[in-house]
Design a protein around this ligand. Structure first.
Ligand SMILES: [Zn+2]
Length: 280
């Protein structure tokens, strides 16, 4: 046996010491080259939930901690995909190639005929082009469509983690329902989104299925004008009281989202602090 050599930290080259040349080589030979910025910028153009958008941004950079990526960092371990238990796990396998994932996609899209993109940046960037609908000026419909890959990838990743770390399993039908429910709920919170162009029947049915309570108005409604309807005798009364001393007006208002139901109200207090008029 050789004499014991003490462990020491060192760069990955034979000498163990860092040089600029070695560093440059390491950066330029990495397989995790970020995609073209125009591709991932698209992720932020139609924001959904920040955690899902961020996950998709990481996914587009091939930086999620799939087993192939962990192996590149020197972490060894089982590398089989936990969804199908037959292939090696990688991001593209988990999201697009895995038979389990493909069944989820078929359910979410409600069509077995649609060809899925061959890579993840394309999936996230060019998804709108694969739409069976005309999305022009239909912002609500377009957002719903564009969110499909985001929410599907997110839930596939969720399922993969549940199987690995919690030993919990969901079948494809349950995952499909979860994707649609989360997508519908999130869309339901985007009150400002409206279609400016009318949808055809097929589009209407598709969207209604996803968001049963969506507002079918196509044109943003005009903001209703406030109408306080202060009656003549009240006006006279206010004038008369104001001459006697300082009155105080407190009022507030709120709206449920942009261009949705609005309300407001207030009170006019006498100089002694007692309430003179309430209105809403
Ligand atoms: Zn698989």
């Amino acid at each position: 046996m050789k004499a014991i050599v003490k462990d020491k930290r060192g760069w990955g080259s034979t000498s163990g010491s860092y040089t600029v040349v070695e560093g440059y080589k390491s950066i330029t030979t990495t397989t995790n080259i970020p995609p073209d910025p125009t591709q991932w910028r698209f992720i932020w153009a139609f924001p959904s939930l920040p955690k899902i958008d961020f996950f998709c941004w990481t996914l587009a950079h091939n930086n999620i901690l799939t087993k192939d990526n962990l192996r590149k960092c020197g972490m060894e371990g089982p590398s089989r995909c936990p969804l199908c238990l037959s292939e090696e796990e990688s991001a593209i396998h988990l999201m697009l190639l895995c038979p389990f994932a493909r069944e989820v996609w078929r359910g979410v899209l409600r069509s077995g005929a649609m060809e899925l993109p061959g890579n993840i940046p394309f999936l996230l960037h060019n998804w709108a082009k694969l739409s069976p609908f005309n999305l022009t000026k239909k912002y609500l419909l377009k957002t719903a469509w564009i969110w499909i890959p985001k929410f599907t990838c997110w839930k596939l990743w969720w399922e993969r983690n549940n199987r690995l770390f919690k030993d919990e399993k969901c079948n494809t039908s349950k995952i499909i329902i979860k994707i649609q429910a989360l997508l519908g709920e999130t869309l339901d919170t985007k009150h400002g989104l409206r279609n400016e162009a009318a949808m055809d029947n097929a589009e209407e049915i598709w969207l209604k299925d996803l968001v049963p309570n969506y507002d079918s108005e196509t044109i943003p409604p005009a903001l209703p004008q406030a109408n306080w309807e202060i009656h003549l005798e009240e006006q006279e009364f206010i004038k008369w009281r104001s001459a006697l001393g300082e009155h105080y007006l407190f009022f507030d208002g709120a709206s449920k989202g942009n261009l949705r139901a609005v309300g407001g109200g207030g009170v006019i207090l006498n100089p002694d602090g007692s309430t003179e008029i309430r209105f809403h």
